[in-house]
Structure formats: C-alpha cells, structure tokens
Design a protein around this ligand. Structure first.
Ligand SMILES: NC(=O)c1ccc[n+]([C@@H]2O[C@H](COP(=O)([O-])OP(=O)(O)OC[C@H]3O[C@@H](n4cnc5c(N)ncnc54)[C@H](OP(=O)(O)O)[C@@H]3O)[C@@H](O)[C@H]2O)c1
Length: 281
C-alpha cells in the first residue's frame, strides 16, 4: 500500500514528539491522520479497541507515555498502567486490525553502568520505575504483535511543547538558576530528527528494535552549555542536583542503522543548532 492510502493513528498526539508528528502529517496529503482532539486513553483496552474498530489504522505510532521520571518513581502503578498496560493495549489492537505498530521507547531501559554506548544487542536492565515500565511495554509489543518496530531514543526536545531546551533558555534569559538533574551521559535528540526517522519507518519493510538518537553524546551540563553557547548567552547560573534514581551512562549506539545503512541520524550539536536558530520548521 502506498503512503497516500495509509491511515495513521498517533497515540500521545499532544506530547513533544506527538505534536511534531501531527504537524508533519497535517502538512502532507501522503497519509490520513486519525488522531482526534481528545486522545484515546491507551490504558483502557475497550476504548483502544473501539477506536481501532471504527477507524482501522494501517499504522499506530505509540508516543503516549508517562515520561516524568520522578512521578513514575512516586506512582509506580500509574507508570505501569500507562507505559506497560497502555503499550499492551495498543499491541493487542494493532494485531486485531493488522496495523504496523511503532512503539517509542527510551535509553532508560539500560542500567547506565557501561562505559560505551549501548546498541540494540545489549541487555536492557533498567533501574528506574520509568525504565522498567518502558521495558515492560517493549516486551508486550514484542510478544503480542509481529508487525512492530521498537524505536529507542533519548533526551527529546521539540517544537510546540515546553521542553528542556526552551526551559534552559527561559531561565537563563530571566537570570534565574538553571537546576539540573545529575543524570549522567546521553544523546540530546531533536523530535524533528526522530519524527523524520519515524516517517521513514512507516513505509520501511524493517521490523524489530532500532536505536534512533542523534549521533554523539554529552553530560546534561555540557548539553546546557551548548544550548547557551548557540544562543550566545555567556552569563548564567547553573546548579547540578542528584534527585532520584536514573541511569548514568546511556548514550545509544544506533548500530542497526549503521549496519543496515538504511538511515543516518544527524549529530546532536547540528540538530540542536538547527532547533535554536529555527533553521528547521
Ligand atoms: N522526553 C524524552 O526525553 C524521551 C526520551 C526517550 C524516549 N521518550 C519516549 O518518547 C515518547 C514520546 O515522549 P514525549 O517526550 O513526547 O512525551 P510527553 O511530551 O510527555 O507526551 C506524552 C503524551 O502521552 C499522553 N498520555 C499520557 N498518558 C496517556 C494515556 N493514559 N492515554 C493516552 N495518552 C496519554 C500525554 O497526554 P496528556 O498530556 O494529555 O497527559 C502526552 O500527549 C514516549 O514513549 C517516551 O517514553 C521520551
């Protein structure tokens, strides 16, 4: 089936990544976007099934999640309800209507104890409730529907939603202290770059687990320094705090993309510059 005939459901359409994807599909006639104003609650299987039975998606992109790591630590049942059971429900519905399922996962599925970037063949062993619930979601997807792609990414920022980059710039411009979690090393990833990859994956014939972060990695402090340097801000206040359990070294090695040569993610500094200087839409 060509793109023009494909019906795409974006679960979590109001989030950082969801908004970028909605914007993209709203500006093309290649696909028919099925997202309604009110997101279907993914933790409710009958509502998920009902939506799929009525709208018959060919592709489901699961961007819906409880992404607040601290909130997940404090409310594990809520975290598993959305991130694991929600993922299960979408996998069940995808199988039922024979849709391709793209599940967005996270670098937090790894322990962070390694000292080299983690590829798709490394064993996930999450420490946080958030990471454990996302891995549980992956397992449901893998076991419940064949036509799936699991896309792990990291440190997402993007247009149309309050995000880390915007918050840092706001605080610096207001002369307020930028307080950072001490969450180690990872790869800042533009939601536009990730949306590009997801769009590619919709029509690809590939299946399985893919790492798709922007290339390269840094500490959260280096990330902030790069944001401020691109924005030309040299006078700022910064404090690093160790607040809750998080992985410490979780840069993703996009090994599947390197091996297959099917797609190239941009360098994180390049994508960040494009975002801050508005070189991208
Ligand atoms: N943010 C990151 O740094 C990061 C890094 C790696 C991977 N990821 C993954 O990438 C995906 C997208 O992340 P994001 O940053 O775009 O997340 P986000 O901005 O927090 O958005 C999450 C979306 O999920 C929706 N949602 C939450 N509970 C729901 C439920 N029960 N039913 C339906 N929708 C629900 C939210 O709607 P409401 O706002 O209405 O609750 C929101 O639209 C997630 O799977 C996340 O785990 C994120």
């Amino acid at each position: 089936m060509s793109g023009a005939n494909k019906r795409v459901w974006i679960a979590g359409a109001s989030g950082t990544l969801g908004k970028v994807l909605v914007n993209r599909f709203n500006h093309t006639t290649d696909y028919k976007l099925l997202t309604s104003d009110l997101d279907v609650p993914i933790d409710n299987l009958s509502e998920v099934n009902r939506f799929c039975d009525i709208s018959h998606p060919d592709v489901i992109i699961n961007c819906a999640a409880l992404t607040d790591v601290k909130l997940c630590e404090e409310n594990p049942e809520e975290a598993y309800r959305v991130n694991a059971i929600g993922a299960r429900n979408l996998a069940v519905a995808a199988k039922r209507v024979s849709a391709r399922l793209i599940y967005i996962s996270s670098d937090d599925v790894f322990t962070g104890k390694n000292r080299t970037p983690l590829n798709e063949f490394d064993k996930p062993e999450p420490l946080s409730v958030y990471g454990k619930s996302k891995l549980a979601g992956e397992h449901f997807v893998e076991t419940l529907t064949d036509k799936h792609v699991i896309v792990r990414s990291s440190w997402l920022y993007g247009h149309g939603h309050r995000n880390f980059v915007d918050r840092v710039l706001e605080l610096a411009k207001a002369g307020e202290t930028i307080v950072l979690p001490d969450d180690g090393y990872s790869s800042p990833t533009s939601s536009i770059a990730l949306a590009d990859f997801i769009s590619y994956m919709i029509d690809s014939k590939s299946y399985g687990v893919y790492h798709a972060s922007c290339e390269g990695y840094c500490t959260r402090e280096e990330y902030v320094q790069e944001i401020l340097s691109i924005a030309g801000i040299s006078d700022y206040k910064l404090r690093v705090e160790d607040e809750y359990v998080r992985p410490t070294f979780t840069p993703l090695d996009n090994m599947m993309l390197h091996i297959t040569k099917e797609y190239q993610m941009p360098e994180w500094k390049e994508a960040l510059r494009a975002y801050i200087t508005k070189e991208c839409i």
